[in-house]
Design a protein around this ligand. Structure first.
Ligand code: SF4
Length: 281
């Protein structure tokens, strides 16, 4: 049993079926047993799995996420085209959507950054200063590719905005003529109550700001997010069976509402300090 289907590919195992919400599957002396231990609430699969969390070679809702993310890029271009010379991704998170967007736009795509493979991911480093330093170590922009170009820069999400702000500055320093950020997810405005420790509402750059205000904060020439409808179109799913609360504030589980903090469903929440974030951007 695994949380993602890519684990089966690695060991040559075969995917049989999903464990259903409320289902308890056990492997014991009587073999595989299943029983439903909870029911009644509607299905609410995390839509952020398709966008960011899951590995791109995993299969969810009958499609490989690499392909679904590429489709998000195509739809993003349809929703927000712009005059530009070159498409680049924020590696690696923006890679599939950048490919789809470039294909839909008929624009060339290149590597604007070389990613340093030898440093840890920025989200596991505590504190803003370390994170800032970590990003400089992580991405090296290529002036030979970027200079004088009107860039479409694709990433999969923005949470706090610190990473994106620094990326925009690095691209400016490397001589980019224009920077048009395209994000293959809607603005993240609300905390997750279901186990993803992404930030408090106050830390989220899109919370309480218009897209134009966020663009000004980031220092880019334009900014567009993929619509929620675009996400669902890309993955071939509907809101009725998914959770998208971090985008909409509409929490599927009764008792957790938009005004509550990210620890609202945890016992002793008030006693907890700030946990390190899982989404660093
Ligand atoms: S709030 Fe966002 S991250 Fe949390 S389960 Fe819902 S969609 Fe996923």
């Amino acid at each position: 049993m695994a949380s993602e289907s890519c684990a089966f590919d690695i060991i040559g195992a075969r995917y049989l079926r999903d464990v259903q919400p409320g289902e308890l599957v056990t492997l014991g002396e009587h073999g595989l047993e299943s029983r439903i231990v909870d029911g009644g609430q509607r299905r609410a699969f995390c839509v952020f799995e398709y966008i960011y969390f899951a590995r791109p070679d995993s299969r969810m809702n009958d499609r490989v996420l690499q392909v679904a993310r590429s489709r998000m890029g195509e739809i993003l271009w349809r929703e927000a085209p712009v005059e530009a010379d070159l498409v680049i991704a924020v590696p690696d998170s923006g890679n599939p959507a950048a490919r789809g967007l470039a294909r839909a736009a008929g624009l060339p795509q290149d590597d604007g950054f070389v990613k340093n493979r030898y440093v840890a991911r920025t989200f596991i480093q505590p504190g803003q200063e370390l994170r800032k330093h970590g990003l400089r170590l992580k991405f090296n922009p290529l002036p030979e590719v970027i200079a004088g170009k009107r860039l479409v820069v694709v990433d999969d999400s923005i949470v706090r905005g610190n990473t994106t702000r620094q990326i925009v500055q690095m691209l400016r320093d490397a001589g980019a003529a224009e920077i048009h950020m395209r994000i293959s997810a809607p603005p993240v405005k609300h905390p997750c109550h279901y186990g993803i420790d992404m930030s408090t509402r106050e830390e989220m750059i899109a919370h309480g700001r218009t897209t134009e205000q966020v663009a000004a904060e980031l220092g880019c020439d334009s900014l567009h997010y993929l619509s929620l409808e675009g996400v669902y179109e890309a993955v071939g799913a509907t809101r009725a069976t998914h959770c998208d609360a971090c985008f909409t504030g509409e929490y599927p589980l009764a008792g957790s509402d938009a005004a509550a903090g990210k620890y609202s469903l945890e016992d002793g929440a008030d006693a907890r300090g700030q946990a390190p974030s899982l989404i660093g951007a």
